[in-house]
Design a binder for this molecule. Structure first.
Ligand code: ZN
Length: 474
């Protein structure tokens, strides 16, 4: 009798374990997508599209696979029809990933293995994890036959990590397929407390920093290297870069970064708490400067607070016995929205001031056209927080993580969200799974991973948002 009861218990617990695996289909989907190597270049995102196609078609989605001019590179679009009484919602996730330094990984980067409760693999966080969560949440709408007031569009994109056929190209050529009232994308974070599964804060990005690249060129005299002259282009460039390395435009907080640092202050422990408070207050210059120095040790936090400067490519010289006539540095700047780009470039000219130095925007357009489009990009406002989608996402995050604070966020790099924001469509960014600083540091690095449990939580959170925003209601 006892034995039978015991066996019954084992059978029950086996069923429970099985059910657990069954209730985390996002993790299973992620593992399969990691196994499709979409390192970009070349990307090969068409393989992900063909993998997804039968899964979505079986659930009644209208599927379009948009081939690009590059072989093997395609966008995947799946639409679940609503009654049309509201405009569509779109969930976008890039299917490409950055490459790997295989030798530095301990796990197989394209194996999708689960080790100690984590799915490992390139893209686990950025952004195949998000792709799997978004895909699973929208497929669950179909499986559960949720009556919809609006179309729900799922997009798996190509060329986010580089290349010519990303969402900009897609929007120019196939806008009606991806037009929506608002959209979800990658961006903000669900950050856990140190050594804990408790979530500290949920940040939802409503804007991205934008990129300016300048070519700084020094001109000198081309001559045999046995007879150097004072007007040496390489020395002049080195002096200009040296001045630039010491230049710092200082802290600039905009409303969304202010809100973000206020949230950090409320959820941090000392001494960080005081630093965040001092930085936001900005009233005591010495304390604010001290706070800025301390906070700026973290390159991510430093990036939120200012326009960043990074020389990335040097071009000078061609042989050992010739002093070249010119030397150039390509410098990449990431600017806070609202920056006056013309004034910023003038400031860089002032900092590097030297008759031998010229500064120009790196562009295939004319300087005037490039400047005009950068100024327009800078004026792009953050997506508003009073939309149904932002409110639903914030509410769903609070429901899932009652102990956490929710804040808007400025994404420190660029995303492919510009294709929608440029056209006035609000985009909200989130990596929809709780992670900690260790997990975060592996993004674009080695042994990238995401907790299995976090994928299940993220799917719940996004599913609730979709039911709330797209469902017809009771
Ligand atoms: Zn990404």
């Amino acid at each position: 009798m006892r034995t039978i009861k015991y066996l019954a218990l084992i059978a029950l617990s086996l069923t429970a374990a099985h059910a657990q695996a069954q209730t985390n289909p996002a993790a299973e989907l992620l593992r399969e997508i990691i196994r499709i190597d979409t390192s970009n270049p070349p990307g090969n995102e068409g393989a992900v599209a063909e993998f997804l196609r039968p899964r979505f078609e079986a659930l009644g989605f209208e599927v379009s696979v948009i081939e690009t001019p590059a072989a093997g590179k395609a966008h995947f679009i799946a639409r679940l029809r609503g009654d049309g009484s509201k405009r569509p919602i779109l969930l976008a996730a890039h299917a490409d990933v950055v490459g790997v330094e295989r030798d530095l990984w301990t796990e197989e980067p394209f194996g999708g293995d689960i080790v100690d409760g984590y799915v490992y693999g390139r893209g686990a966080i950025d952004f195949k994890g998000g792709l799997a969560v978004f895909a699973e949440a929208v497929m669950r709408l179909a499986r559960n036959d949720v009556p919809l007031a609006r179309d729900v569009i799922f997009l798996a994109e190509a060329d986010e990590e580089g290349g010519a056929y990303g969402t900009g190209w897609l929007a120019r050529n196939h806008w009606p397929l991806i037009d929506a009232e608002f959209s979800l994308n990658e961006g903000g974070w669900i950050i856990k407390r140190r050594n804990s599964d408790d979530v500290r804060y949920v940040s939802i990005s409503t804007a991205d920093k934008f990129m300016l690249s300048l070519r700084i060129t020094a001109s000198g005299h081309s001559i045999h290297s046995s007879m150097p002259r004072p007007d040496n282009a390489i020395f002049a460039l080195a002096r200009a870069l040296s001045k630039l390395s010491e230049y710092d435009g200082g802290v600039q907080l905009i409303p969304i970064t202010r809100q973000f640092f206020e949230t950090l202050a409320l959820t941090a422990e000392e001494p960080e708490k005081t630093w965040f408070e001092d930085l936001v207050a900005g009233t005591d210059a010495a304390r604010a400067a001290q706070a800025d120095r301390q906070i700026g040790v973290d390159p991510l936090l430093r990036a939120f607070t200012r326009n960043t400067i990074a020389p990335v490519i040097l071009e000078a010289g061609f042989r050992i016995n010739v002093i070249p006539g010119t030397a150039s540095a390509l410098v990449n700047f990431r600017l806070i929205p609202g920056t006056d780009v013309a004034a910023f470039i003038e400031e860089i000219r002032r900092v590097t001031a030297d008759p031998a130095i010229s500064v120009e925007i790196l562009t295939n357009d004319s300087q005037e056209a490039a400047l005009a489009s950068l100024q327009e990009r800078s004026r792009q406002l953050p997506s508003p927080e009073d939309t149904e989608l932002y409110q639903a996402l914030a509410a769903s995050a609070r429901e899932q993580y009652p102990e956490a604070l929710v804040t808007s966020y400025l994404f420190q790099a660029g995303t492919d969200a510009g294709a929608w924001r440029n056209r006035g469509v609000p985009v909200y960014g989130i990596y929809p799974y709780p992670i900690d600083q260790d997990d975060l540091s592996r993004m674009h690095g080695n042994d990238e991973r995401v907790p299995v449990q976090s994928l299940a939580e993220g799917t719940e959170m996004i599913y609730r948002v979709l039911v709330d925003v797209a469902g017809r209601g009771p």
